[in-house]
Each structure stands twice: as structure tokens, then as C-alpha cells.
Design a protein around this ligand. Structure first.
Ligand code: ZN
Ligand code: ZN
Length: 393
């Protein structure tokens, strides 16, 4: 990811200071007793590969809390050693509460995991003691439009959680460029259904395309391939040469869909992690499921218009390449709705955990300032509409 260095270093105010320490989604700083991994994207376990040497030391007492799905995905990535990591993982369910004890101090920290609707195994993490409450969202999607079961669970969790002092927030698709507009896009399920319909039309007998390639360069986009493979009654083609074959297989297993790994050339839907997919031809429809591209377009998109959610990319230069509006992160609109539901304490702070898309030129300080200002304005607006005022430090 472009930008000027990471915005979040794994430190959670108040909680990381406890004796022995705790760190979230980062293995690069001083050694602590308690590590958390919110999900299996590599920017959320930075430094773990090198840290295996320390974990392997008999004197090391550190443990790593994550879901079993997250652990199993990490163990499928080249460079991660099952013999070292498996004894260190403390698997917790995605809807689970537990307590961690801090060495040689009277302090306990209560922990709650909440499904984050990001990739399989992803969770938000609530940390709590008698003095303080911090919610780390990790990467998440709050699909307010569809109100799926996972959204309802998240809403219930927010309703039941008062007095949050620190919110560590995924702002990947917060729109900091145009504060007056509110970018909206449909939920994942709707995009999948419409994608299916378009593919059906484009690959009919006299259609332009024979088969479909899904770009799976990001862990999680396999969901799209798995869904389409089921709908079109095809195995997902994964070439033997694919450098991430093991990881694809693991995530398909977690999605409870087993891929047939042989004969990828005969598969209607195929994926490949390298540069040149051996199964693609000039009659393959190639789909990149991502919304990142929308932040680099001059044109303003209105995503309520269904013609804009699947776009052919530079048809002259890249015939057959399409971008689909499929996101694992909250839209701008969903983030605002989420903020409306969080119950903050009277003195609360919002800390971004990533850089919003499209603002590569902004420094971290500018980003933090803009986010603070944006949400302050938003809360003032709410007050105008009769909502309860919340204060930010
Ligand atoms: Zn992620
Ligand atoms: Zn292909």
C-alpha cells in the first residue's frame, strides 16, 4: 500500500501498557506476552515471519489470540512454520468472550471477539477493564443496506456496548476527498447475484466470452470465484503452478466449497496468483473484484445506478478486463452509519488503523486531523437533526 508509513503500530491506548503488554496486528515492536491477530491479511500480522525465531526460543512465553480460521490461513502461507506457531496460537471463536491475565500485576483484561464480515475468520476486538474500553474494528464491512445476519449481530453488539473510550477504526474507504458526497455501494451478496447475471448473458452461445477468470491477488476474492463456481456448476480451476495454490485451497475449504484442482483448462471459473494465467484466452472475461479503482477515477460515480457497479477497464487497451464493485471494507456511507451506532464515553478518541484510499499525498497527521474534523462535523449535523450529541477529544 502506498503512503507514508503505517498509521497504526499495534499499540492500544491504556491496554498495551499493562504488565507483560499486549499488541494487536503487529509483531515488530518489543516482545509482549499477548498478541492478537484480527484476520489473515498480511498487513495484520506484520513481522510475524521474523518473529518466529523469538517464539521458537524456549524462554519465550508469548501467546497469539485469533480465530482458528485465521490461524489455519496463516499456516497455509509459505514461510510460516506450523511447529513453531501452532503451540502459540490460542484459538477463540468469532463470537467469544475471554479474559487475559497480565503477568505480576493485578490487572485482567476482558476480551470479546465479534465477526467483522471482512474475510473468513476476521473479527473485531473489544478490550475492557474497570477503567477503560477500546474497540479495534480491524478491517470490517457494516452492510447496513442489506442488513444481513452479520450486520444484525454487529448492531446488537454496538447496542450492548456502552462507554467506548478508544475506537480503532478501519477507514480504508472513508471518502476524505469530497466531504459533501457520501459514497455508497451495495452489499456483497447483491454484487455476486448481479455479477452472475451479467456473466450468464456475456457467455451465452453467441456471447463474447467463453469462461471467467477471477483475480485472486487479494486473500478473500476467492469468495467470488467460489460463489460463481457453485452457480455455474463448475469446479474452480486452480493451476498446479499457482504459487498460492495451498492458500486458495484452504480458503475454499473454509468457505465449505472444495475445489477440484485438476484440469483447470476445463473449468468455467478459474483463478491464478501469478502474472500470466495459463488458462486465460482472449475470450476470457477477467474480473477484478475491488472498489479501489473508484478512488482513482475523475468521474463521480453514483452507485445506486446499477450500470456502474461492473465496469470494463480501458476496453481499447484491455479488452475483457472488468472491475466489479465488491468490497470487504465499509463504504463511506456504512462508516458514517457505524459511527452513529457506536456509544462513546463523554471523552472518546477515534484512531484510524489504515490510510483512506485516494489520499496518498496526505501525511498521517493530516489524515488524522481530517478524520477528526469529518466526524466532528458529522456529529454536529446529527445534533441539528435532533440526535444526541457526542463529544470527541
Ligand atoms: Zn484485511
Ligand atoms: Zn485465468
Amino acid at each position: 500500500m502506498a503512503g507514508r508509513g503505517p498509521i497504526f503500530h499495534g499499540f492500544i491506548q491504556h491496554f498495551s501498557d499493562k504488565a507483560g503488554g499486549l499488541t494487536v496486528d503487529n509483531f515488530e515492536g518489543d516482545v509482549v506476552d499477548h498478541y492478537f491477530i484480527s484476520h489473515a491479511h498480511s498487513d495484520h500480522f506484520k513481522g510475524l515471519e521474523q518473529f518466529q525465531d523469538i517464539l521458537n526460543d524456549i524462554r519465550n512465553n508469548s501467546v497469539i489470540y485469533c480465530t482458528e480460521e485465521t490461524g489455519s490461513l496463516i499456516l497455509s502461507i509459505v514461510g510460516f512454520d506450523r511447529d513453531i506457531l501452532a503451540p502459540k496460537f490460542r484459538y477463540k471463536g468469532a463470537n467469544c468472550s475471554f479474559t487475559i491475565k497480565h503477568r505480576s500485576s493485578g490487572f485482567d483484561t476482558k476480551v470479546q471477539f465479534v465477526p467483522a464480515n471482512h474475510i473468513p475468520g476476521s473479527v473485531m476486538i473489544l478490550l475492557e477493564d474497570s477503567q477503560c474500553k477500546a474497540l479495534y474494528t480491524g478491517d470490517f464491512r457494516f452492510e447496513s443496506y442489506e442488513r444481513s445476519q452479520v450486520t444484525i449481530n454487529m448492531e446488537t453488539f454496538l447496542n450492548n456496548t456502552n462507554n467506548i473510550n478508544f475506537l480503532y477504526l478501519d477507514v480504508q474507504f472513508l471518502d476524505l476527498l469530497e466531504e459533501e458526497r457520501c459514497i455508497y455501494y451495495p452489499g456483497k451478496r447483491l454484487i455476486l447475484e448481479e455479477l452472475e447475471e451479467v456473466i450468464h448473458n456475456e457467455t451465452r452461445k453467441d456471447g463474447e466470452f467463453d469462461d471467467v477468470h477471477i483475480d485472486c491477488s487479494v486473500l478473500g476474492w476467492q469468495e467470488v470465484a467460489a460463489y460463481l463456481a457453485i452457480q455455474f456448476d463448475s469446479p474452480v480451476g486452480v493451476s498446479e503452478e499457482d504459487p498460492k495454490k495451498k492458500l486458495h485451497k484452504r480458503i475454499f475449504d473454509l468457505l465449505q466449497y472444495r475445489t477440484r484442482l485438476d484440469h483447470p483448462d476445463n473449468s468455467f471459473v478459474h483463478v491464478y496468483s501469478g502474472d500470466e494465467c495459463p488458462s486465460c484466452t482472449d475470450r476470457t472475461m477477467r474480473i477484478r473484484p475491488s472498489v479501489m479503482w473508484t478512488f482513482h477515477c475523475e468521474e463521480e460515480y453514483n452507485f445506486r445506478d446499477r450500470d456502474t457497479w461492473l465496469l470494463e477497464k480501458d476496453p481499447e487497451e484491455n479488452p475483457g478486463f472488468f472491475n466489479a464493485l465488491y468490497s470487504f471494507h465499509c463504504s463511506d456511507y456504512e462508516l458514517h452509519r457505524f459511527m452513529d451506532k457506536v456509544k462513546f464515553s463523554s471523552r472518546a478518541e477515534v484512531c484510524p488503523i489504515n490510510r483512506p484510499a485516494g489520499v496518498e499525498e496526505m501525511s498521517n497527521i493530516e489524515i488524522k486531523g481530517n478524520i477528526r474534523r469529518l466526524f466532528r462535523k458529522y456529529f454536529r449535523q446529527q445534533q441539528d437533526y435532533g440526535y444526541k450529541r457526542r463529544r470527541f477529544s
